[in-house]
Design a protein around this ligand. Structure first.
Ligand SMILES: Nc1ncnc2c1ncn2[C@@H]1O[C@H](COP(=O)(O)OP(=O)(O)O)[C@@H](O)[C@H]1O
Ligand SMILES: [Mg+2]
Length: 314
């Protein structure tokens, strides 16, 4: 097996006041592999993405070990991070409109990362090829961002993220602002590009139904922790953690028109308000006293899966 491109060990993200947003994440991602990071809003998905990019907000700090092709990312200074960002790791952000410069035409914006990284030679030809590849009609290449639809803006951001040929692409809720059809198209495009270019792709979403079939492996996150992980097909066929089971039952992709979705009762606790035991204890239908008191250990399951749940012993 080839070495993982990205290796994350015991990643913690803490606010300066001590509140924990991400609490001990471990995962690996290989070139050519698509990993989906899934969980409800407030689980710590974006904080994980920002930690990988070295773009955490002022109030937060990452610790643990993040290695890209063996290089320790958390040890890098801002100058070194700038060289890496957009070049070896790129992010397709959650907010397509605010991520684009309203005063610059589309083609110029796709060329920008190439200029920033001293790759100006042939930049325009490369930007044109990328815009064609992501499916933006040529008549739109000189448009301003406000003249594009949401789906088109998302395509521009994908072209921009790919400009310098990154090895790792992180897409944080890449289509959450779009309608269902455009969402599917954007995700299909990302999955195709990932395969085509041998990218390590980290797809982040709150919607398990939307991303699961496009991923090789799934990481289910709740309360700043991975509660279950494994190959996508095996995990979907037999989810082990009550949280994964609840997410699957609530996934909008399965609902037919007019059907009421069985939402997961309760809400995600605010940062730093996790129970001392299993993060899901407060909402879990199968909870017992043990769950609230003590953090469940990671249980290895068949097919390279694992889940952190006391009930697996029952
Ligand atoms: N700038 C910030 N300062 C303090 N807390 C934050 C900040 N941004 C997000 N949080 C908190 O961190 C937790 C995780 O947020 P986030 O990573 O954005 O979750 P997700 O992307 O899974 O929805 C949430 O409780 C959120 O309120
Ligand atoms: Mg988020």
């Amino acid at each position: 097996m080839n070495e993982p491109l990205l290796s994350v060990q015991d990643l913690q993200v803490n606010l300066h006041d001590g509140r924990a947003l991400v609490r001990g994440l471990d995962f690996e991602l290989r070139a050519g592999e698509t990993l989906a990071l899934i969980g409800e809003s407030g689980s710590g998905k974006s904080m994980t993405a920002l930690a990988l990019m070295g773009l955490l907000p002022e109030a937060a700090r990452a610790s643990g070990r993040l290695a890209l092709a063996g290089e320790d990312l958390l040890g890098l200074d801002e100058a070194a991070l700038c060289k890496l960002r957009g070049r070896r790791i790129a992010l397709v952000p959650q907010e397509p409109l605010s991520a684009l410069n309203p005063l610059q035409r589309v083609l110029q914006q796709v060329m920008l990362p190439l200029r920033l990284h001293g790759m100006s030679d042939g930049a325009e030809a490369r930007a044109r090829a990328l815009l064609a590849r992501v499916g933006l009609p040529e008549s739109r290449w000189q448009a301003w961002p406000h003249e594009l639809s949401g789906g088109q803006r998302q395509r521009v951001l994908i072209a921009q993220a790919l400009a310098c040929g990154p090895a790792l692409l992180i897409a944080d809720e890449p289509s959450s602002a779009l309608d269902q059809d455009s969402q599917q198209q954007v995700l299909d495009l990302l999955a195709e590009l990932g395969r085509e270019q041998g990218l390590a792709l980290l797809l982040i979403s709150h919607d398990l139904g939307l991303v699961a079939r496009r991923a090789d492996r799934l990481l289910v996150m709740y309360g700043g922790r991975i509660v279950e992980q494994g190959p996508a097909a095996a995990l979907l066929a037999a989810p082990a953690h009550p949280y994964t089971q609840a997410l699957l039952a609530a996934r909008p992709g399965l609902a037919t028109r007019g059907q009421v979705l069985p939402a997961i009762p309760g809400s995600v606790p605010a940062a730093g308000q996790w129970p001392q035991g299993c993060p899901f204890a407060g909402r879990c239908a199968q909870v017992d006293q043990h769950c609230a008191d003590e953090l469940p250990p990671r249980r290895p399951l068949a097919d390279g899966r694992s889940a952190d749940c006391w009930r697996l012993d029952a």
